[in-house]
Design a protein around this ligand. Structure first.
Ligand SMILES: Cc1cc2nc3c(=O)[nH]c(=O)nc-3n(C[C@H](O)[C@H](O)[C@H](O)COP(=O)(O)OP(=O)(O)OC[C@H]3O[C@@H](n4cnc5c(N)ncnc54)[C@H](O)[C@@H]3O)c2cc1C
Length: 417
């Protein structure tokens, strides 16, 4: 069965659920299952045909590790003067740098434009610096990027790369109420940016079905504080428990497609509960290619340079500089509010006949153009996993561990009913 046949059925279910009346009763009966809606009985149920992913250890072709640059109060988008040079900061996007890149760039470039420059410098060429440079060019500015590494060698290229705009982006208390508004503004602008890249050659941005599997009925995640844990981030600059992280996804419910619980007869996986959602992700090689091509076509210059001190920004010929140095800002700009959250990914041989994502227990698999990304995200630790850890050497053991967990899932998949 093709994917085209599958979607109308899901849409029908969504319309049924929205219709109210009898459907409302169904929602009430299912309120324990708050994490998704159940597709109603429509046409005869049919399972989608999904090719199982090959998850054996011999398929593992790469391991990557990097640190998320988290700031307790959210990304730094402030300004400061170094001599007669205006520096606009744009760093500290935690686990959301790809997702917020377009919106954050718009905010930073807006601040740079306030002094009416005709040319600017951008320091850094990760996803934040390169996107910022392109946004500045689109606003009519001449742009030079000064950087130690070009995007393919940056931490950005060692990420997971899905649309996760509130992943480890800030801690609720230090971010305060105001950051939520800025986050929403950046997220909505970014969404527009990604929409304009859908369908480009090489699929830099794609939507894909994602399946969340569980043996027990799924429940909505709560972030209640554990009273046994005393204190919070102020003491050592690091969060002490999951409940300290800020979450804002409820603000953009209107943008993101709803998840749907699959009825048993339509569930292709050998587990009792499967929830399907439609998720956006980024294919790094083609994404970087598109951005770099646009940057050079618009006359951008790239200068390889390593800065040791903020005073060197003041010596550049450009009198407006956007600082997009990511985690490195902690040392370069002595911003000790930036803290590391380590993460790593395993990469399996690309498998283009299995274009979906899957989460089961601690395992997360996502099919991308350049490989299937595997992560081990311990559910019990939530967003605390990797907090304070800046070790960037990969360790294959946790990746191999979750591949073992999903092997029987793949072996037990059912085809068309
Ligand atoms: C495991 C993992 C998974 C992730 N998954 C996602 C995800 O699914 N979705 C999402 O949105 N985000 C995700 N992220 C977060 C995202 O990767 C980061 O927020 C983002 O990469 C930060 O980009 P950046 O451009 O600020 O920093 P970087 O990529 O680190 O780029 C910094 C740039 O500054 C340059 N630079 C640094 N110091 C100097 C200096 N002294 N002189 C000159 N140049 C300098 C570097 O060379 C580089 O070009 C993930 C992160 C990790 C670790």
């Amino acid at each position: 069965m093709s994917r085209q046949n599958w979607y109308p059925q899901a849409n029908l279910a969504r319309r049924e659920m929205l219709r109210g009346g009898a459907a409302l009763g169904a929602v009430g009966a299912l309120s324990a299952c708050t994490a998704g809606k159940v597709a109603s009985a429509g046409p005869a149920p049919r399972r989608p045909y999904l090719t199982p992913m090959r998850v054996t250890p011999d398929q593992l072709i790469d391991m990557k590790c990097c640190i998320r640059p988290v700031r307790a109060a959210g990304p730094n988008l402030g300004t400061q003067m170094i001599g007669d040079t205006l520096v606009v900061h744009n760093y500290g996007h935690g686990g959301s740098g790809w997702s917020l890149s377009w919106g954050s760039a718009e905010v930073a470039v807006g601040k740079a434009l306030s002094v009416l420059p005709s040319e600017i410098a951008v320091v850094g060429c990760g996803i934040i610096g390169l996107t910022t440079a392109v946004v500045a060019q689109r606003a009519g500015l001449k742009v030079t990027i000064y950087t130690r590494d070009v995007i393919q060698r940056t931490r950005s290229f060692r990420a997971h790369g899905s649309f996760t705009p509130d992943s480890r982006v800030a801690l609720s208390a230090p971010a305060g109420a105001g950051f939520g508004d800025l986050w929403e503004q950046m997220t909505r602008l970014s969404w527009k940016g990604f929409r304009s890249m859908l369908g480009l050659p090489g699929d830099p941005v794609v939507f894909q079905d994602a399946y969340a599997l569980s043996d027990a009925p799924p429940v909505k995640k709560h972030h209640d504080a554990d009273p046994a844990i005393k204190g919070a981030w102020e003491a050592g600059g690091l969060p002490l428990q999951d409940s300290e992280w800020a979450h804002y996804m409820d603000r953009i419910k209107d943008l993101v497609p709803d998840p749907v619980m699959l009825p048993t007869a339509e569930n292709p996986f050998p587990v009792a509960y499967t929830r399907r959602s439609s998720e956006m992700h980024f294919n790094f090689p083609s994404y970087a290619h598109h951005l770099l091509t646009e940057f050079y076509q618009r006359g951008g210059l790239m200068v390889m340079r390593d800065f040791n001190d903020p005073s060197q920004y003041g010596q550049l010929k450009e009198k407006v500089v956007i600082n997009a140095t990511g985690y490195a800002a902690r040392d370069l700009w002595r911003d000790k509010t930036v803290f590391p959250v380590r993460g790593q990914t395993g990469w399996l041989v690309p498998q283009h006949d299995a274009p979906y994502s899957l989460r089961y227990k601690n395992a997360s698999l996502m099919a991308k153009n350049d490989g299937i990304v595997v992560m081990n995200n311990p559910i019990d630790l939530g967003e605390m996993f990797g907090v304070g850890d800046s070790m960037e050497l990969p360790d294959p053991a946790p990746i191999l561990e979750v591949m073992k967990i999903v092997e029987p899932i793949m072996a037990g998949m059912k085809g068309i009913a």
